[in-house]
Design a protein around this ligand. Sequence first.
Ligand SMILES: [Zn+2]
Length: 271
Amino acid sequence: MPELPEVEVTCQGVSPHLVDQQVTKLIVRNGSLRWPVPEIAQQIVGQTIRNVRRRAKYLLIDTDAGTTIVHLGMSGSLRILPKTTPPEKHDHIDLEMASGKILRFNDPRRFGAWLWCELPEQAHPLLSKLGPEPLSNAFNLEHLAQALKGKKKAIKLCLMDNHIVVGVGNIYANEALFAAGIHPQTEAGKVDTERLTLLVVEVKQILANAIKQGGTTLKDFTNAEGKPGYFAQKLHVYGRGGETCTQCGHLLSEIKLGQRATVFCSLCQTK
Ligand SMILES: [Zn+2]
């Protein structure tokens, strides 16, 4: 599943081909995504793209008339191609530019989204309640401590809660808790300041590293052969249940927490 780093790298990869371009056509071959692609999404045609940004795991394509909101869902990807490239299976949407290039949206499982928003985008129901970006200064110890105060829910579930901080998916929650030495089931309100400080640092560092790594492995957004894959990273705990801890050699435990695979070291993550 594309996580925040993949969306960020996608944003950086497609942006230079879109910004300042006039949109000539929006072709929707199959609009049955997570929500049906609305007719109003055609409002982008004739507009000039002013900016391409990421908010949480949403890609936002800004024009003077409104913003296209794209979500990659479970299996979506975006590529820049010449408009003459024949569509293949699962190539559901093309956004065509005056330059002759298209932004092509491919999504085999169709859990992604392609929406249109005329409001200031912060007011859109999908975006209005989101917490701070993990890589921004707004995600800091003070914010996290305040958000977790008195919370009895497991720290891992809180870390994955978009109202508290956006874009920390299952992989990164597992990894950040390991790096900070925090047991994933600890009551969120009981994690001490020292560990929370570490957690903020680790979340930022792990995501920043993933983006940096993705920038080198996922840079080709203009390749007609295949599509940009999601990048594999060096992971300490995620997907390693039953294997040995990279830090102490103890066997890693695996449990389900909120239905999500949770892997940790019971010796290294004691807080
Ligand atoms: Zn360990």
